[in-house]
Design a protein around this ligand. Structure first.
Ligand SMILES: C[S@@+](CC[C@H](N)C(=O)[O-])C[C@H]1O[C@@H](n2cnc3c(N)ncnc32)[C@H](O)[C@@H]1O
Length: 240
């Protein structure tokens, strides 16, 4: 998986900025965003419940590319007082506009959890090594400029035994080539990087993670013909 130039990435980030700025004014999409996090949360619980179990002491969780509204899986970890949560994203944090009162109450509860927000690309995030018990990266790597470096960084940031949960959209080999060949024609500026399921598995393995679980969504023929991406989940941990 090749890194892309930071120029191409900056163009992608411009469109991300517009996307989030619009999204925060649409309550239905905010609810959908939280629902999507619960889906991942529930899935992790089903696959490997230890990851989300109440930490004996304090658990430190990091979400990479959490988005400027800070709606991540780390935002819903329970019990809140047992988790120190950090979200990083290159975009500046955005406030929510005035919402209907029932949503206002929901989001203010959510935001009481006091997340540390660091505005930085994950490639440049240099916390001390061995700082986190859990790292979540959900639908982010396609938007970055150097996914390989990010996976490497995550490895260093995790304590031995710590977990990485990766949920990403992947392309088939054919779609990846099509995108490469017709890049200018089908310019997909929001996604500067593309990779297959096996590309991701290889990076995780090369980085010396223990691969615990990997799965991909069912993929019907129509979607395949239309070159749609396919969602995958990978769970890995850093050897003790
Ligand atoms: C599709 S959004 C996903 C946000 C969130 N994870 C979610 O699932 O709602 C992709 C996010 O990745 C962030 N991003 C882009 N490049 C990044 C990088 N180099 N490091 C970390 N995050 C990045 C973008 O700013 C954006 O917020």
């Amino acid at each position: 998986m090749k890194a892309v130039s930071t120029n191409v990435w900056h163009i992608a980030q411009k469109s991300e900025m517009l996307f989030w700025d619009k999204k925060r004014y649409e309550p239905a999409r905010l609810i959908e965003a939280i629902r999507d996090k619960y889906v991942l949360f529930t899935e992790i619980k089903k696959i490997y419940p230890q990851i989300l179990a109440e930490p004996p002491d304090i658990g430190r969780a990091l979400e990479i590319g959490i988005g400027p509204l800070c709606l991540g899986v780390v935002s819903i970890l329970e019990p809140a007082e047992k988790w120190e949560i950090t979200g990083i994203d290159p975009l500046p944090r955005m406030a929510l506009p005035k919402l209907p009162s029932y949503l206002e109450a929901f989001f203010s509860e959510l935001y009481k959890k006091n997340m540390t927000y660091v505005q930085t690309p994950a490639e440049e995030f240099n916390n001390p090594v061995d700082s986190f018990n859990l790292v979540i990266c959900d639908n982010v790597l396609e938007h970055t400029y150097n996914p390989h470096k990010i996976i490497n960084n995550i490895y260093n940031l995790l304590v031995p035994g710590g977990f990485l949960v990766l949920r990403e959209n992947t392309l088939s080999h054919l779609s990846k080539w099509r995108k490469k060949i017709f890049y200018t024609k089908y310019h997909d500026e929001a996604h500067p990087v593309s990779f297959t399921y096996h590309d991701l598995i290889n990076i995780v393995k090369q980085t010396h993670f223990n691969l615990i679980y990997s799965n991909r969504d069912k993929y019907d023929m129509i979607k395949r013909i239309c070159f749609k991406s396919r969602r995958i989940i990978i769970i890995a941990n850093k050897p003790e």
